[in-house]
Design a protein around this ligand. Structure first.
Ligand SMILES: [Zn+2]
Length: 166
């Protein structure tokens, strides 16, 4: 199957991944198109075994990301956030090893605020505010970085590479 996720090692794709994305304009899309976009992003994220995916990772220039993390009860919780904004970030930071679907085979420790509040819109265009901590806070910040053309490798002091790329 063709990989739908844009890769940093591809020069053209890198240029796009390094660009800041634009606001998602709900007026330009039908409800059906928005629902289809979320479903597509979720599917691609699942196929790639990821826990987060931003629209520009599949070649779309909009400020949209999806995330899915364990809910602590054996299930998962799925989020699709349109036009996300970091509203609050804790002073307390925490380090954790991150990877990225656009940079396969590479990991690095990244220090980030432990808790964040993210504002934005859900797929119906309704305002949403999400308080996140733990893994979810990390994924949210990683994906919002993507939407600003930033990658986790810019934030880590030491990168680890797998001997062979998957
Ligand atoms: Zn990523």
């Amino acid at each position: 199957m063709e990989n739908e996720i844009w890769m940093l090692k591809n020069k053209k794709e890198e240029k796009f991944l390094r660009k800041k994305t634009v606001e998602f304009d709900f007026k330009k899309f039908t409800k059906k198109e928005v629902v289809a976009l979320v479903a597509r992003m979720r599917r691609i994220m699942h196929v790639a075994n990821g826990i987060g995916l931003s629209a520009n990772q599949i070649g779309l220039p909009f400020r949209v990301f999806v995330a899915e993390v364990p809910d602590g009860n054996g299930g998962t919780k799925f989020y699709a956030v349109f036009n996300p904004k970091l509203e609050k970030a804790s002073e307390e930071t925490v380090g954790y090893e991150e990877g990225c679907l656009s940079v396969p085979g590479t990991w690095g420790d990244v220090e980030r605020p432990a808790q964040v509040t993210v504002g934005g819109f859900d797929k119906n265009g309704k305002p949403a505010k999400i308080k996140a901590w733990g893994l979810l806070a990390r994924v949210f910040q990683h994906e919002m970085d993507h939407l600003n053309g930033k990658l986790f490798i810019d934030r880590t002091k030491k990168l680890f590479r797998a001997e062979k790329e998957a």
